[in-house]
Design a binder for this molecule. Structure first.
Ligand code: ARG
Length: 461
């Protein structure tokens, strides 16, 4: 392909440093989509004849096909994807291929491409989040009634249903979907027509390209149109929040699959062994996803830092937006997919009786006792709390649990009856009605039905 005379950097090493073709080639599909819309609009305004326009559109299709079947050679000489597409177009249809750049600059072109890419990827991310949510709900349903310790400060605090736990993660992910969706109106803006920075004197129709591209509206200000990368920042932030949620879930899965917790076991195809310790069954997927939050947070900070203090309008610094965004999108999508497959094959292996015994031994029903003293015996909560603490001290001193503490002993503290043992029974306490949003069986069943509806009604973008 002939050099178009735009790029004057000749040193190959320097070229590679300056160029973006190494990574922006993944925008090729969007670059062609944007070019087609632009050509159609130029035809509509009679800047390009129907014949030339059709030739250019056909040639753009050929370039796209070539790219899809690996037949398009992308050259460093042409700096970026935009110049490569234009060069390939000219190679197809000759000089008239150059008409495509009338009333357009790479500055509005790259902003558009990145917005089209982000729109698509947000839809892909939402679909993957929904898949993971579906697995969490299946897990909640299959294990309805299973009780595990709930923790605060990673100390056993109160019993909770495993399904309640799974639903908590469902809700985190639901907020992630909302956040991505709420970002979309600021992504789906059409900068095309901002040209280099000042708009163009050529008669163009920005509404038409907006419509052809399926975007919401043309950008309001040409300077802002070529400079605005807020949509990329927001997407990076949303990816960071979602990865943060995944990392918390992963941390729990790692702990739960340890010998000490013994709550779950990952399927054989989803763990890696150790090269020296034959017995190892390592939760590598969960660890890797937890670790990948680092790079995703790094990408957010990198772009924030690149954008800080940038004057209007286009500056070459903006070329740095792509790798950060691509990497966070890839990492998030990969993590969602991997975690879904790991959870699909994870087995809940806990011994329910042993868990209940442990909860009793660790006085995880102490709050239930304080609530009972307050509600059934009319003692103000703070005094009930103190009474419970004294009873626990007595139990600990005699090496017993609240469930085994004799009624005569309870009666030394107040007007206790046999009812106290029902309040202390961990399984029974799970069956009581409970407060809205709480962990009891009826509430969690209700919450699961509602979550299934939310998921079914979630239409992505
Ligand atoms: N490769 C450039 C980027 O990624 C495209 C825009 C170039 N514009 C320019 N005036 N040099 O940002």
């Amino acid at each position: 392909m002939a050099n178009n005379g735009i790029s004057t950097v000749r040193d190959p090493q320097l070229q590679e440093f300056m160029n973006s073709i190494g990574f922006d080639k993944r925008l090729l599909k969007y670059d062609i989509e944007g070019s087609k819309a632009h050509v159609m609009m130029l035809m509509g305004r009679n800047h390009i004849t129907t014949k030339d326009g059709m030739d250019i559109l056909n040639a753009l299709n050929v370039v796209e096909e070539d790219a899809n079947n690996g037949g398009l050679k992308l050259e460093q000489e042409f700096e970026d994807v935009h110049m490569n597409v234009e060069a390939a177009l000219v190679a197809q249809v000759g000089e008239k291929g150059g008409m495509v750049h009338m009333a357009r600059s790479r500055n509005d072109q790259v902003a558009l491409d990145l917005r089209l890419y982000t729109t698509d990827e947000i839809a892909n991310i939402i679909a993957l989040i929904k898949d993971l949510q579906g697995i969490l709900l299946d897990l909640a349903e299959a294990n309805m009634g299973v009780v595990i310790p709930g923790y605060t400060h990673l100390q056993q605090a109160q019993p909770v249903l495993l399904s309640h736990y799974a639903l908590a993660h469902f809700h985190q992910l639901q907020r992630d979907i909302q956040r991505f969706k709420q970002t979309l109106p600021r992504v789906r803006v059409n900068p095309l027509g901002s040209a280099a920075l000042a708009g163009t004197g050529i008669d163009i129709d920005r509404e038409q390209t907006t419509e052809i591209l399926g975007l919401d509206s043309p950008s309001e200000n040409s300077l802002d149109g070529v400079s605005d990368r807020d949509f990329a920042l927001e997407t990076l932030f949303n990816a960071s929040v979602c990865m943060t949620h995944l990392s918390g879930l992963c941390e729990e899965l790692i702990l739960w699959s340890s010998q000490e917790f013994g709550l779950i076991r990952f399927g054989d195809g989803h763990v890696l062994g150790s090269s020296i310790m034959p017995q190892k069954h390592n939760p590598d997927i969960a660890e890797l996803v937890r670790g990948k939050v680092g790079r995703v947070n790094g990408n957010l900070l990198a772009l924030l830092t690149t954008l800080k203090g940038l004057p209007l309008a286009y500056n070459k610094d903006l070329q740095e937006d792509k790798e950060a965004l691509f990497d966070s999108v890839d990492t998030l999508k990969g993590s969602l997919m991997a975690l879904k497959t790991a959870l699909e094959t994870a087995e809940v292996v806990l011994d329910q009786e042993a868990v209940i015994e442990e909860l009793e031994n660790n006085f995880a029903n102490a709050t239930a006792l304080a609530d009972h003293i307050t509600v059934e015996m009319g003692v103000p909560f703070r005094s009930a709390y103190k009474m419970t603490k004294d009873i626990i001290a007595e139990c600990a001193g005699t090496n017993t649990t609240l469930n085994q503490f004799p009624l005569e002993e309870y009666q030394k503290f107040g007007d206790f009856t046999e009812d106290v043992y029902t309040a202390l029974d961990i399984m029974k306490s799970m069956e009581k009605k409970g407060s809205y949003g709480g962990t009891t069986l009826p509430r969690v069943k209700e919450a699961l039905t509602k979550a299934r509806e939310t998921l079914a009604n979630e239409n992505g973008c």
